[in-house]
Write a protein that binds this ligand. Sequence first.
Ligand SMILES: NC(=O)c1ccc[n+]([C@@H]2O[C@H](COP(=O)([O-])OP(=O)(O)OC[C@H]3O[C@@H](n4cnc5c(N)ncnc54)[C@H](OP(=O)(O)O)[C@@H]3O)[C@@H](O)[C@H]2O)c1
Length: 410
Amino acid sequence: MPDDMDPPKINFRPTCGFVGSFPASCEHVTSAAAPCRSRLKRLAACGIRPSRTDRGIRSRSEIRAAAASSGRAAGELSLALGPLAGGTWSWGNKVVWGYNQGQDDEIQRAFETLVKGGVFFWDTGDSYGTGTLNAQAEKLLGKYRLALPVQWQPQIQLGTKLASYPWRWTPASLQKAAGASVGRMYPERDRTSLDYAMMHWSPANYLPLQEDYLASAFASLTSGPNRLADKIGVSNLGPKRLTRMAGRLQDSAGVPISVLQVQLSLLCLEPLESGLLSTAAELGIPVLGYSPLALGFLSGAFSGADARSLPPGPRGFVFRRLNSDPRVKELLSLLHDVAAQYEGKTKADIALAWVRAKGATPLVGVRSEQQATKLVNSLSLRLTSSEEAALDAAAKLCKQRMVRNPFQTL
Ligand SMILES: NC(=O)c1ccc[n+]([C@@H]2O[C@H](COP(=O)([O-])OP(=O)(O)OC[C@H]3O[C@@H](n4cnc5c(N)ncnc54)[C@H](OP(=O)(O)O)[C@@H]3O)[C@@H](O)[C@H]2O)c1
């Protein structure tokens, strides 16, 4: 890519006042009341379950007030991360995505097309790529970022999800993991901290105690002389755990949650039905909706007369099940009809615009330059309220839905 090109300009007007990172003054919300350990011990000795306040868990309104006092107004952050974010799960994953290293050049072209078009937030994970391809997605993202024209690089925001492996409990274990990610994502050491370190999932469903330890360990990444992350994010939390985690992080370390990642698509309505999106908006936390195309199914490419053959492995299994539901077929046909209202737009474009209509930035997986070009051309697409309502109604009728992430909490 030529080095003398101007940095890409984003052609998107968010509903909130700013795009990308928060103002520096908003980074840390002062702790109001850290839990008093001796009081907790005394209560436990008397067999009394500590109250929310005793446990340092604040109500939504208290967290909201703390966020507002820091200049971050709740409910004003919709699409603060831009109209689209890029996902890298397929960059190294053989089982679900059939990755091989022969795809790398095409993936790089897709990455450059999206960055040039104004897609600045990139998501990865230290568990993306295993065995000989260990953390391949982080490595490729680091390599492709470095190959961008130098003046483009500061605009890119890279976030990695650190897996909640059972051996990660302490600040030291998480710092080691974050340090390894920094090394892979900034191989020339031009940065020593991640833009975002995100908890890939909460262990609350099977090892609840680890969640609190991990919260403290994540908070530790943002402080000290060897700071390893500028911002903290979470993933796969439901409204209850999100509220709890937001209280924990703010009270124990004055660290706000700067992003929430959750599965959201016309075939995964849980964040709407559980109240998660409204909770995140109340707490002032921007949302990334992952798998917004239901692993590519909502592009319509795998259904109907001209269908591509089903991919091998888990995706083929899921798509076969979705194809068995006539209501899902009706949803695809509605996507087609809505797309026909907009010149040159596709079902995938409409499915992504629906996620934006819910106030979340779609986090889409890309590995083809052609698809990246289409995505860039639909960044400013907005649905009318009647289109959104019709899609809502069709989606609710579907009996078959996307597989729920087993780590998703309530
Ligand atoms: N936090 C978590 O636990 C979690 C879980 C899952 C995913 N994620 C993140 O979210 C990202 C996106 O989710 P995802 O990759 O699972 O699913 P997705 O974004 O719903 O689907 C990605 C697939 O959709 C197809 N596609 C993309 N753009 C298209 C276009 N313009 N037209 C037609 N088809 C298009 C491609 O399939 P083909 O390549 O087959 O054409 C692509 O590989 C991941 O990469 C990852 O970063 C996070």
